[in-house]
Design a protein around this ligand. Structure first.
Ligand code: CAA
Length: 259
């Protein structure tokens, strides 16, 4: 067979994936898709939401040991350092990192309090630094890594009431492009998935009237499903996706198209 068509090196042991925001609106489905792709998955989220953590364990029970849970606060550098040390000690090196942790603090700028700006930045942008910083060395040393950070269509277009969110989400992709350049020769890819409006609690929190107007503007005619996003993440984290790096994959039903 032509060498260029030979199968890429597939790991004999299941790759280990860490998914922040792993019990959230998109995160749970991302965990499921990665487990279905043969990955061992650790969902990461704030542990104090005990009811939600229990519901998550129930939702993924069918996957047995393939999906676990660890609590950490992505906005806290030391919490991420402890998380990664704990996971690597118990399970080995982290091969795949998906940053799906994100919050909104919507308000027009004339009403936005510094607290709404800083809380959002700490989770949505600092969180990406805090986790990537912990895993990049190990991935580079082992010569394999897949990082996918979730941005948003609103980071590409802006949205009324989201100066904070749009700035953080645009920053997420810029961060990813820079890290992709630093890591390309080490077998580590860094990509962005930019969801549009999806059927999640975050979008359900937008007023029904505004949401309805948004859905009318989506060419596909519906909100995205968490599975629509999860399959894009699974695609970019595949072992044989090594030539895609620094890319942004929009999954928005055609809501925003660009070249
Ligand atoms: N577009 C245009 N004009 C708007 C507007 C909008 N979305 N929202 C409010 N306005 C107008 C009002 O009609 C009003 O006009 P007048 O002064 O002429 O009467 C004025 O702006 C009111 O301004 P306020 O600062 O008082 O706005 P507000 O407090 O009423 O509403 C808001 C602010 C709650 C943020 C509201 O604009 C909103 O919900 N916007 C949508 C936010 C959104 O889409 N968030 C996405 C969350 S999901 C997500 O982020 C996931 C993802 O990645 C896609």
């Amino acid at each position: 067979m032509n060498a260029s068509l030979a199968s890429p090196a597939i790991s004999p042991v299941p790759r280990l994936a860490l998914v922040t925001g792993g019990i959230g609106g998109l995160g749970t489905e991302i965990c499921r898709h990665l487990a279905l792709a043969g990955r061992r998955v650790i969902a990461v989220d704030l542990g104090q939401r005990a009811e939600r953590v229990n519901a998550f364990r129930h939702e993924v029970a069918a996957f047995g040991d393939a999906i676990g849970f660890e609590s950490a606060d992505v906005s806290d550098f030391d919490s991420c350092a402890e998380l990664v040390a704990r996971v690597e000690q118990a399970h080995g090196g982290i091969d795949i990192l998906v940053n799906a942790a994100g919050i909104t603090r919507d308000a027009s700028l004339r009403k936005m309090e510094p607290r709404q700006w800083h809380e959002l930045m700490r989770v949505n942008l600092d969180g990406v630094f805090n986790t990537c910083r912990q895993v990049i060395e190990g991935m580079s040393t082992r010569g394999f890594g897949r990082i996918v950070n979730l941005s948003s269509v609103n980071g590409q277009t802006g949205q009324f009431g989201q100066t904070n969110y749009a700035a953080a989400k645009a920053g997420v992709h810029a961060f990813g492009m820079a890290l992709a350049r630093e890591s390309a020769r080490k077998g580590v890819t860094v990509n962005t998935v930019s969801p549009g409006y999806c059927d999640t609690p975050m979008v359900a929190a937008v007023s029904a009237e505004i949401r309805q107007r948004i859905v009318e503007d989506i060419p596909v005619g519906r909100l995205g499903s968490p599975a629509d996003i999860a399959r894009a993440v699974a695609f970019l984290t595949a072992d044989d996706a090594g030539y895609i790096t620094g890319a942004n994959l929009p999954v928005n039903g055609g809501y925003f198209m660009s070249f």
